[in-house]
Design a protein around this ligand. Sequence first.
Ligand code: EPZ
Length: 488
Amino acid sequence: MYKTPDVLSFGVVFLCKFNVYKGVFYVIIIVYVKITYNIGFLRERTEYGFLPILEAGMEQYVIKGGTKLQGEVEISGAKNAALAILAAAIMADDVVVIENVPDVRDTRVVIEAIKDIGAYVEQIDKHTFKINGKTICSTVVDYEYIKKIRASYYLLGSLLGKRRKAKVALPGGCNIGSRPIDQHIKGFRALGASVAIEHGMICADAEKLSGSHIYMDVVSVGATINIMLAACLSQGSTIIENAAKEPHVVDVANFLNCMGANIKGAGTDVIRIKGVEKLHGTTYSIIPDQIEAGTFMVAAAATAGNILIRKVIPKHLEAITAKLIELGCKVEEYDEDVRVIGSEKLGHTNIKTFPYPGFPTDMQPQISVLLSKCDGTSIVTESIFENRFRYVDELSRMGGDIKVEGNTAIISGVERLTGAQITAPDLRAGAALVIAGLIAEGVTTIDDIKYIERGYEDFDIKLRGLGANIQIAKCEKDIRKVELAIVE
Ligand code: EPZ
């Protein structure tokens, strides 16, 4: 029933040899978890009531491939706009209502982070939040938030703008690359802040912030937004040259202007900001998620389906639309919807990721999965991040034929992919592997779906609404049940 304490338990006791009480406490915890984990009836209870600590977060997707996606799906608010706008909302000492916030892990983390520094946050409904920064009582953002999502670093720009000081944990690298923040720091210093890295924290403070002319060495979405946040409450004018032009940069600028900021040129590579004294409350609705929409477009193409993707801004999807048409799909654009009609026989093409309006790096894994089933050989070049082919090994286990050389993938189309047990390496690679499961023969199980849930709201529910055979298994034992249900 229960194995003798293992090396871990002895290790803990050894480590606490000077403090036996601590050692005994840790051993009790380990024993509890092991018993819970090993006894059948507790497992049944824990299986449905709660998961043993060791299993929590072990949820998996179980997918039976072969269904053509049909019907319509509604796109949620843009995650990458929401993360910055939620951080910016605390800059006013006033009520700000934000609508169309996607209900995903990352937005929940930022909401916890702004609550933690004292902001008033009231959830009006699943996608609407009322926020007031008047009650902010700290300018220190705990590491636990940055550890969960890098975008907590937008609180650097918003707190520096609001309170002239901020202390935020230095974000680590992540699954797709080293992710430096030198351009953020360069911008803050140009505005007059002193910025130092101490004990893993970025410490920024300024007597006053003054406008500056900043030329970005690299086109950076995050740095462009963070500098905009700090500059909009600085004295004088700021020009950001070589600025990022992504839709969510424009959305953040529009939000700040609704709060009384004076920002012009967002969406071009030169953004001009006239600092204002203070910002006021507003109500703002976040734009639709360009990448979620693109993911469903590629899923329709890959399954040779026919779906209407609702609540999108077609202009934001142009690079993706162009490539799907090149491959032989039909794409119909309406005011706020796009329809994608796939085909059993698709050609091949070459992709090179670029900052907007180029082909988005966040769509590279998804389109590569599609290309793995197209006729001929396609070349995909990832020019933004240095480690964004982590899905390739998983796709090879499903029969994909992809060779990666540096930042280029050579993709030879194969007749079919076959289901396998795979793992989501990161958010977009995980979404791409779901598409692979949808087109593979047989059943695919995908581990670590917590990455996917960071950026896709109700992903399995939306896919089931389009006819996909996908379920979530809560733990190992569930898999068998779900697999049987899926296969029937
Ligand atoms: C944002 O990341 C997005 N994340 C990413 O989406 C997206 O892939 C990326 O922009 C590019 O579009 C959020 O918005 C939360 P960058 P960000 O700064 O801002 C280099 C997803 O899947 N760089 O535009 O961190 C950097 O190394 C995520 O939703 C510097 O050198 O990306 C990269 O090569 C993944 N110094 C390039 O710029 C800096 O100070 C672009 O990065 C900053 C960036």
